[in-house]
Design a protein around this ligand. Structure first.
Ligand SMILES: Cc1ncc(COP(=O)(O)O)c(C=O)c1O
Length: 350
């Protein structure tokens, strides 16, 4: 007797970016974390929730994430029934597939973008179809009517950093017969969001993470904005206590401190501009980025060579062996000091 589902036994599984155990020895620019700490209010809220002796942890958290959802609803100008919380936006992506795509049904996404969509679909036994990009970063061969159950649009795109224009996303929403998931993991670093499309179309879902702009990757927090019917379905299939008490306190405090968020985002965007100018001075090609990372292409178009040379200098960036991406690297924007050191290393490497 085989104990496992044959497809699960055969699947490769997703490989996340490397998390070195000795992180303090590295300039870590490989998983798009924030180089700054979360809002000081987050720490205060966690300590308040914990109390002197950790008493609060004795009891289950609020299964409905009410305070966090109210804070998000107020911020985004939607009713609270339009907000779903998540244990990292990955949980939401997973549950969207579980809620919408049955075995053998199709989901689509852009290649290159976030390949975890494919792993999640594989677990569900759903089929995957990818669409490439043309020179002007529009989808190649996307049908007038796409009838997959879900289509994932990562914007700003990871790992390339560009954002799809709003009128194009609007058009895609109309061309999708199923749900259009706009994965806005990096949108706080961008110039605009597709949030208004959730109000316009019943098939649009926007997903957000706290791992990047809110500097809470270690806490595992995300949220989605969608019509109540979709939120209700996602609510039914999630773990009932998916967010712990400390995470809920952290998320609510982070959402309530928009001033801090805007400050951090402005710093990262300013560093990004300086880093891009430095890269260009070294002869690199850089795709204009709306995110907290850049996709940088060295003059010899050999991403692996530069990745290895940076690695030898304890600078960790992300290299993808995929033929569409092997000519460059994705580099997270860190502090000014980290990016200056990275530029010096790149100059040295040549
Ligand atoms: C495009 C995209 N979506 C979703 C995620 C997952 O984010 P989270 O940490 O909230 O699960 C990532 C993480 O890198 C990402 O790049």
């Amino acid at each position: 007797m085989t104990l496992l589902r044959p497809d699960i036994a055969a699947m490769a599984g997703y490989v996340p970016g490397f998390q070195p155990p000795d992180a303090e020895r590295w300039i870590k620019l490989n998983t798009n974390e924030n180089p700054y700490p979360p809002s000081p209010r987050v720490r205060e809220a966690i300590l308040r929730e914990l109390g002197g002796d950790g008493e609060a942890l004795r009891k289950y958290p609020d299964p409905g994430s009410r305070a966090m959802r109210e804070a998000a609803a107020q911020l985004y100008g939607v009713p609270v029934e339009w907000v779903i919380t998540a244990n990292g936006s990955d949980e939401l992506l997973n549950n969207l597939i579980r809620a919408c795509a049955g075995e053998g049904e199709e989901i689509g996404y852009v290649h290159p973008s976030y390949s975890y969509y494919a792993t999640l679909a594989e677990i569900q036994g759903a089929k995957v179809r990818t669409f490439g990009l043309d020179e002007s970063f529009r989808l190649r061969d996307f049908p007038a009517r796409y009838d997959g159950r879900l289509f994932f649009l990562t914007t700003p795109n990871a790992p390339l950093g560009f954002a799809f224009p709003l009128d194009y996303i609007d058009e895609l929403a109309r061309r999708c017969a199923g749900v259009l998931v706009v994965d806005e993991a990096y949108v706080d670093f961008a110039e605009f969001s597709a949030l208004e499309l959730v109000k316009k179309y019943e098939n649009v879902v926007v997903t957000r993470t706290f791992s990047k702009s809110y500097a809470l990757a270690g806490m595992r927090l995300g949220l989605g904005i969608a019509r109540p019917a979709i939120v209700a379905a996602l609510d039914k299939i999630r773990d009932h206590y998916h967010l712990d008490r400390l995470a809920l306190a952290a998320a609510t405090a982070a959402l309530d401190d928009q001033g801090y968020l805007q400050e951090t985002v402005a710093r990262i965007r300013a560093t990004r501009a300086g880093f891009v100018a430095g890269l260009q001075a070294l002869g690199y090609r850089v795709i204009p980025s709306q995110a907290n990372f850049v996709f940088a292409v060295p003059p010899d178009r050999n991403g692996r060579r530069v990745y290895d040379a940076l690695h030898a200098r304890n600078i960790l960036v992300r290299y993808f062996s995929d033929p569409l991406l092997a000519h460059g690297m994705r580099i997270t924007i860190g502090t000014d000091a980290e990016m200056e050191e990275t530029l010096r290393a790149l100059q040295d490497i040549g």
